[in-house]
Design a protein around this ligand. Sequence first.
Ligand SMILES: Nc1ncnc2c1ncn2[C@@H]1O[C@H](COP(=O)(O)OP(=O)(O)O)[C@@H](O)[C@H]1O
Ligand SMILES: N[C@@H](CCC(=O)OP(=O)(O)O)C(=O)O
Length: 356
Amino acid sequence: MKRICIKIGSNVLTKENGELNTSRIKNLVYQISSLRNMGMQCILVSSGAVAAGRSKIKLPEKTDTVSARQIWSSVGQVELLNVYSSFLKDFEIECAQVLVTKQDFRTREHYLNMKNCLNSLLNNGILPIINENDAVSVTALMFTDNDELSGLIASMMDVEALYLLSNINGIYTGNPNDINSALLETVNGDLNRLKQYISTQKSNFGRGGMLTKCSIAGRVAKSGIPVHIANGRIDNIVLELVKSPESVYHTSFTPSKKASTVKQWLAGSDGFEKAKLTINEGAEEALCSHKATSLLPIGVINISGDFEKGDIIKIVGSSGKVIGLGKTQYNKIKAESYIGKTGAKPLVHYDYLFLY
Ligand SMILES: Nc1ncnc2c1ncn2[C@@H]1O[C@H](COP(=O)(O)OP(=O)(O)O)[C@@H](O)[C@H]1O
Ligand SMILES: N[C@@H](CCC(=O)OP(=O)(O)O)C(=O)O
């Protein structure tokens, strides 16, 4: 069965005054129902809880920002899911609320539990509606935004495509309001070229901005999943993108060869590393070549931080450039005893290595 993930931003789901835009949610639900009738499994990552709560609960001015976000998200999430489930009832679709934190992606065991939960829901015809658990995730524990969350979900669930629905047609080659800016139809891996186009300007209720959307889309595409950024304010946009993408304004990120599920998990593990390993030029050249190469301890020149067998480490080149993430085959003490020596087994096997 074809499986897709749709992420919808706060700005698509809310009106100018911050209230939920129920007619837009109704249309999204219609699209999901139609996609399911076409034989597709859908996973929805929906923002909008904070905006919905803010429009409902007026807080005293002295309320600190963390508490305000906690109150608004927990109140707004109820409202959000109520609206979804009432529209879904018309199509006889059950939905499930899945609230996650960044910590849930930290260990492979926990990651697999989450994956099992989503697979079980999908296999029973239930629509998972995922959001960050904003009530308990604060500062360092937060996702950059729900684009990051949807990227991790897309990789974890090995979807056929990820649709990021925002309040704009896609990525423009400059300020989107400038008539000289053109819409980029495809992005083929060169993310640095994109960065020059994107301003830090954000939409009213959004969190991350277009820059994070782009780097996440790039990373997901690198792991083998096509990503489409499109305008969620246009009715039936996902249906159109599925049926005839060439007729709809949007930006597509071309996928690289599909990575294994372990590599996809590693691709989303930035920030979870226990240590940083600096490698020499020869090792960097070997890892970045087209050949499948494991990291041998002889190529390591420095280890900062401590790690046990099975932990995630970040690999950097001698110039400081981040090369990738890997899962270690032995602990730091053993790794240090092998530095500079030949004949040791790989510290990170190629199958457990994700290269940027
Ligand atoms: N080059 C660009 N192309 C498209 N949008 C851009 C660009 N630079 C900045 N943006 C801004 O990014 C916004 C969308 O990002 P964001 O606010 O994170 O949306 P969402 O809430 O849907 O995640 C657009 O409304 C636009 O103002
Ligand atoms: N989890 C938050 C959304 C945070 C977020 O990333 O928002 P957006 O940039 O609009 O996708 C909420 O439900 O309000």
